[in-house]
Design a protein around this ligand. Structure first.
Ligand code: 5GP
Ligand code: MG
Ligand code: MG
Length: 188
């Protein structure tokens, strides 16, 4: 799916496919260097992190293992509350393991903050975060992000794993949607 398939749904591209690919290369090299000789487990958060997890892992040269968690954040509408329920837990016992959490986007930070506390309680040898996008203006808690893709403005974005009502995840870039998409009105 690309811009041509978007019709009039797209308002603006914030991060292009080329920028995404260059950043993946940079982060993968950094992670390769930092974890050299260690048996790192990448933990992805479903479903948004699917794209970044798959592309980052392929850009890396070290062998890695991957596992997934699915969580649901209680909250009003699109805002997360920090009260999180695990829908799918890891298959792996992470005690004593080097864990790198791979997240699509940090908005308020509440979901990831809860997840990090939960994972830390399982006694990993190390626990770090790779977040591909972050909205600094939306932060309610401070998350230590060791590997950051892009800081973006405080707007709702779609693409590269991120959805609106489960759509647009397979866009190879990240952008904002036109107003008519949200209102359900016909474009003019
Ligand atoms: P937080 O708890 O940091 O406020 O939000 C975490 C989750 O909300 C993200 O992992 C992501 O799934 C979703 N989210 C936050 N901001 C956006 C956004 O701009 N677009 C989309 N599609 N999802 C978002
Ligand atoms: Mg997420
Ligand atoms: Mg979503």
């Amino acid at each position: 799916m690309d811009e041509k398939d978007m019709g009039t749904d797209l308002a603006r591209v914030l991060v292009t496919e080329d920028e995404i690919n260059a950043k993946l290369r940079e982060l993968a090299d950094q992670i390769d260097r930092d974890y050299e000789g260690r048996d790192v487990l990448l933990v992805g958060v479903l479903k948004g992190a699917v794209m970044v997890m798959a592309d980052l892992a392929r850009a890396m040269h070290s062998p890695v293992k991957m596992d997934w968690m699915a969580v649901s954040s209680y909250g009003s509408g699109t805002k997360s509350s920090g009260v999180v329920r695990i829908l799918k837990d890891l298959d792996t016992d992470i005690a004593g393991r080097d864990i790198l959490v791979v997240e699509d986007i940090i908005d308020s930070g509440l979901t990831l903050s809860w997840m990090l506390a939960n994972l830390a309680s399982r006694g990993p040898a190390s626990l770090e975060v790779c977040a591909f996008f972050r909205k600094p203006e939306a932060a309610k808690v401070d998350i230590p992000v060791k590997y950051l893709g892009f800081d973006i403005p405080n707007e709702f974005v779609v693409g590269y794993g991120l959805d609106y009502a489960e759509r647009y995840r397979n866009l190879p870039f990240v952008g904002t949607l036109a107003e008519h998409v949200y209102s359900g009105a016909k474009p003019h």
